[in-house]
Design a protein around this ligand. Structure first.
Ligand code: GLN
Ligand code: ZN
Length: 752
């Protein structure tokens, strides 16, 4: 295949979903892990999936011959691909990582006592990457040829593609290292990019895409100038091999951040949905098609932007980020409302938008497509349900103080009288193991093989079992166990107006795991109570207090595709009022404690420091709006996890919950100190049992964690609980662990 050089092609996408249209890659991964297929069969399945996607992109109109099509498609994670490509073996596993798939799975999933690489969120998305682990002895080389092999494979399938790899600045900014700053390893890492580029050049590549979103974020551990210098060095190393460089930043505003790199790269791909164009006259891939949401692009507006830009500089059409954050194909949805469908675009539809816009910039406007886009934009703006008068009036008429409860001292006194709990009360975070029986019953109910009454009886039996178990264990505040919830967000979306659920809208979360985010398309309200039945039933079975369980507004937004036609804060307030209605109904049914989970509070924190105060104001405000209507005697709990929360202690305090349970076991109670330093003076339950593994915490471990907690937190404020819900655990380890937890609390209580 000949090398094409020249200007960047007219239209491109920055990346494509990799899990497969029918989650073929997920199935191949899980079959291989189970031992059901061998290495060769796995590689063949992964290859077939990659080639099918390339063919699909060509069929959708991307050009096959000019590097328009990105070539990536990691087995598990694209950051792990860079780690493997450059041989950056974690220090603790040096000399022990086998070649091939066994080594890849060791890093991704761990084995025996060898923990996997840590997983964390990719920028402000809900995708998790594997964090590189480096140290002063880390050396980088071209240790694995997967990036080159996939380029060659694409060529065999008739596609002269564009290899994609995480750039060196972002790789190091997202890594962690013992004893040194990862960014200080740049001088060693950059030559490995040069070696990769030489191999790609030898294989006939023309363009390489370096993903450098770290340039538009404010990350700890490296300054902007350092990131720019490393990104430049990486680009120069690739160019030295005779290749052209597309620098892709995406995920935010590139203006003011990438200008100094213009002379070191051949084109820059920027996010014009969330940011503006950087200054200069260099070639731009204008990301006018949103890579992170599912709304159809306003083609007229996008074309205006593109025409304005192309009068000033060479301009290509692109997506704002990789499309890996959206589902494959809207056409797979057969039961979504037709009108809603006309407003949506999944990955394949976004590719078509890019192609249509590129043609239009070149003078060939597909009038029918533009007319359809125009009609969809107009229809969405006027459709019933998108604006619901009652919801809007209620929000507009919020009284002063609608986000404030009575002073804590007053609440505390009333709650102590109403609840009569022992010191260091024990509780759990909500879910109990979701057994195979529950899943089977849910699936049978969905297929119509088990009627609603039968399904309900299965769930009620599970609630009885969970309540009995908690009584037997001697927990103080009980839960119903959440057996009726497939997912903590989707369950709420299904019971609120303004939401729709997809059938096949899977988006990779990590590895073989995918989620199906709901689509929040209209004004949100709650037609009727939907958790009360379950929680009141649990309460009817016991004289102990049962805690109601709700998902908070920020988490509901974070894990859904959210309308883009109004500020997120306005949408969050609508969800908050729907939750406030549920809390009122729970209170009316005699429930005295309600937990409102906000595990995603930290996840939506903007990447840029200057945007954080506004975010924290609306997110904390929405939580307070949801909970402020509760009577002073009703105890409001919240729960936070999946992140380190040290930087948002202010916001945690601002939630004004009576009790906050927070993940803390693995970090050895790290959060306790900053909370105390802040003067946090309400109830707190730092998790003492790490539920992310089947390990049963031993008595002395629990005692040590509790000793740390009691040393820092006044006894009257301390709660004893696990890190998170138990739904992914099995019953055996859950029972053993909770037994140890209750006993440890009893020992600690004697000391107070
Ligand atoms: N109440 C939820 C549960 O126990 C909380 C889950 C979460 O924090 N992610 O499963
Ligand atoms: Zn949690």
């Amino acid at each position: 295949m000949t090398t094409t050089t020249g200007p960047f092609p007219g239209g491109t996408i920055l990346g494509y979903p990799r899990i497969g249209r029918r989650r073929e890659l997920k199935r191949a991964l899980e079959s291989h892990w189970r031992g059901a297929i061998d290495d060769a069969a796995f590689h063949e399945a992964a290859r077939a999936n990659r080639v099918a996607d390339l063919e699909r992109l060509v069929a959708l109109g991307l050009r096959a011959d000019d590097a328009s099509i990105p070539v990536e498609a990691a087995h598990y994670d694209h950051v792990l691909d860079a780690t493997l490509t450059f041989g950056a073996v974690p220090p603790r596993l040096r000399g022990r990582v086998p070649a091939g798939l066994a080594g890849e799975w060791l890093l991704a999933r761990g084995e025996g006592d060898d923990a996997p690489l840590e997983m964390t969120k990719w920028l402000d998305s809900n995708y998790h990457y594997l964090v590189p682990e480096l140290d002063a002895d880390t050396a980088f080389s071209l240790a694995d040829t997967r990036i080159v092999d996939r380029f060659v494979e694409a060529g065999r399938a008739g596609v002269h593609g564009r290899p994609v790899i995480v750039g060196p600045a972002t790789y190091l900014a997202l890594a962690k290292a013992e004893g040194i700053r990862p960014i200080d390893l740049a001088d060693r890492l950059v030559p490995a990019y040069g070696a990769l580029a030489e191999a790609l050049a030898a294989a006939g590549a023309s363009w390489v895409q370096l993903d450098e979103p770290a340039l538009v974020a404010d990350l700890d551990g490296a300054t902007l100038e350092e990131l720019q210098a490393v990104a430049r060095a990486g680009a120069e190393a690739v160019r030295a091999a005779g290749l052209q460089v597309l620098l892709h930043v995406g995920h935010g505003d590139a203006a003011g951040r990438v200008e100094p790199l213009a002379d070191a790269v051949d084109a820059i791909a920027v996010d014009l949905v969330r940011g503006s164009a950087p200054a200069g006259d260099g070639p731009l891939v204008a990301g006018v098609v949103h890579g992170r949401n599912v709304w159809r692009t306003d083609l007229d507006a996008a074309l205006d932007t593109l025409r304005w830009l192309s009068e000033r500089r060479p301009t290509s059409v692109g997506t704002s980020t990789s499309l890996q954050h959206v589902p494959h194909d809207l056409a797979a949805e057969t039961s979504l409302d037709e009108r809603l469908v006309s407003w949506l675009a999944f990955a394949d539809q976004k590719v078509e938008e890019v192609v249509a816009l590129a043609a239009a910039v070149a003078g060939d406007v597909d009038e029918a497509r533009f007319a359809a886009s125009r009609a969809a934009v107009a229809d969405r703006a006027a459709a019933p349900g998108v604006r619901d008068g009652a919801v809007r009036e209620r929000l507009a008429a919020l009284p002063a103080g609608a986000r404030d409860r009575a002073p804590y001292a007053e609440r505390d006194e009333q709650q102590r009288a109403a609840l009569d709990l022992p010191p260091l009360p024990t509780t759990t975070i909500g879910s109990f193991p979701q057994t195979g029986d529950i899943r089977v019953a849910r699936a049978r109910n969905a297929r119509g093989e088990l009627d609603d009454a039968g399904y309900r009886e299965v769930l009620r039996a599970e609630v009885r079992r969970v309540v009995e178990l908690q009584e037997e264990l001697g927990l103080d505040v009980l839960v119903h166990g959440e057996p009726e919830r497939n997912d903590m967000v989707q369950y709420f979306a299904e019971h609120f107006d303004g939401f729709a659920a997809t059938e096949h809208g899977w988006v990779q979360s990590y590895g073989s795991r995918a989620t199906r985010p709901s689509i929040l398309w209209g004004d949100v309200s709650r037609p009727e109570a939907f958790t009360v039945e379950w929680i009141a039933y649990a309460q009817s079975l016991t004289s102990k207090v049962v805690k109601g369980m709700l998902t908070g507004p920020v988490t509901i937004l974070a894990w859904s595709f959210v309308r883009d036609d109004q500020p997120l804060g306005d949408t969050a307030d609508q969800v908050a009022l729907a939750l406030a209605d549920e809390i009122a109904d729970l209170e009316a049914a005699g429930i005295r404690i309600v937990q409102v989970d906000e595990p995603a509070l930290r996840e939506l924190l903007p990447l840029r420091v200057e945007a954080r105060p506004a975010y924290l104001a609306w997110s904390v405000g929405a939580f307070r709006l949801a909970t402020a209507g509760a009577a002073p005697a009703t105890q409001i709990h919240t729960h936070l996890c999946y992140s380190e929360f040290n930087t948002v202690v202010d916001a945690i305090d601002g939630l004004d919950a009576d009790v906050t349970s927070i993940e803390a076991a693995r970090s050895k109670m790290e959060i306790v100190e900053p909370l105390q330093a802040h003067g946090y003076g309400r109830g707190i339950g730092p998790g003492v049992y790490d539920i992310h593994s089947p390990r049963v915490p031993a008595a002395d471990e629990l005692d040590a964690l509790l000793a740390t907690a009691t040393g820092a937190i006044p006894d009257r404020l301390l709660w004893v609980n696990p890190d998170c819900g138990l739904k992914t655990r099995g019953y055996d380890e859950t029972v053993a662990s909770l037994r140890n937890l209750v006993e440890a609390a009893a020992r600690a209580r004697e000391a107070v």
